[in-house]
Design a protein around this ligand. Structure first.
Ligand code: SAM
Length: 263
């Protein structure tokens, strides 16, 4: 997987790629990263990349021309200028990070992790000229219902959530029971010491009984999801997503005193 990030401040991203697991994945040749400074594609001596919006209104917008040149320089395809038959697998996916994009989810991260290359476009100011979205962007992605001042932090969220799902970056067992896998949140975890102040590690985790531990963990996943994210339980039920064991635990919990909002 190759990540190409287009930004007015690419240095904001660099420290992340020097970090432990991703740096190792880069040195092993599994992940590649390049950043592009959009300002390098401005055509005046002030390297201007923003201008006032047509029709008036507050703030500035990122201009189409520098952005278009920057995108073309990294191999993005302008769909308004067809180049004939596109050979399969040669068109890198272009993502614009935007508060008005579709919400980013674990499912989306899994789909994007299968792409050979992602081009991530970081906005600033009031955003970017719509024609860049029309011509180049495959996905508009929002990392949440709030407005950031720029797209770099959002691009890092997408990169961090996807690179760890790329084959061979981390061991598959580490991903199996994570939050959202199987439509549930993760179970609570403990490490040494056995006593922390008055709090003891649950006895069952010290028992060495693998089947009981597996069952306890699944029950805790359901309890936690029911308390913190009842929407996930509802969605999983509606989609017929849960196996019989999980359905039985949900049904048993529904008959107990604890209500949603409590563990
Ligand atoms: N005027 C825009 C609006 O109201 O939708 C907000 C622009 S915001 C100040 C500047 C840039 O930050 C955007 O172009 C986008 O790249 C990024 N950004 C802000 N919030 C985001 C979010 N929730 N998810 C992804 N990117 C976001």
């Amino acid at each position: 997987m190759r990540y190409t990030v287009l930004s007015l401040f690419p240095e904001m991203m660099d420290a992340f790629f020097a970090g432990s697991i991703i740096a190792k994945a880069i040195s092993r040749g599994i992940i590649a990263y390049r950043s592009v400074n959009i300002r390098d594609f401005a055509d005046d001596k002030h390297r201007t990349c923003d201008d006032a919006p047509y029709g008036g209104g507050p703030g500035m917008l990122m201009m189409a021309e520098p952005l278009g040149r920057a995108l073309e320089s990294v191999g993005a395809w302008n769909r308004l200028e067809p180049r004939g038959v596109v050979p399969a697998g040669t068109k890198p996916r272009v993502i614009y990070l935007s508060p008005s994009g579709r919400p980013f989810t674990q499912n989306k991260a899994e789909a994007l992790a299968r792409e050979p290359e992602l081009i991530l476009l970081c906005g600033r100011y009031e955003g970017i000229d719509q024609r860049i979205i029309d011509a180049f962007v495959d996905d508009e992605i929002s990392i949440g219902d709030y407005v950031l001042s720029s797209g770099e932090a959002a691009a890092l969220v997408v990169i961090d959530a996807t690179y760890r799902l790329v084959d061979a970056v981390i061991t598959p067992a580490s991903l199996e029971e994570e939050s959202f896998s199987g439509g549930l949140l993760e179970y609570p975890q403990y490490t040494r010491p056995e006593m922390y102040g008055m709090l003891k590690v649950p006895e069952i985790l010290l028992s060495g009984h693998h089947e009981n531990i597996r069952r306890w963990r699944l029950t805790k996943r359901v309890e936690k999801t029911r308390a913190l994210r009842p929407d996930l339980i509802r969605r999983g039920e509606e989609a017929g997503f849960f196996d019989e064991e999980t359905r039985n635990i949900i049904a048993a919990l529904q008959g107990t005193a604890g209500s949603e909002g409590e563990i």
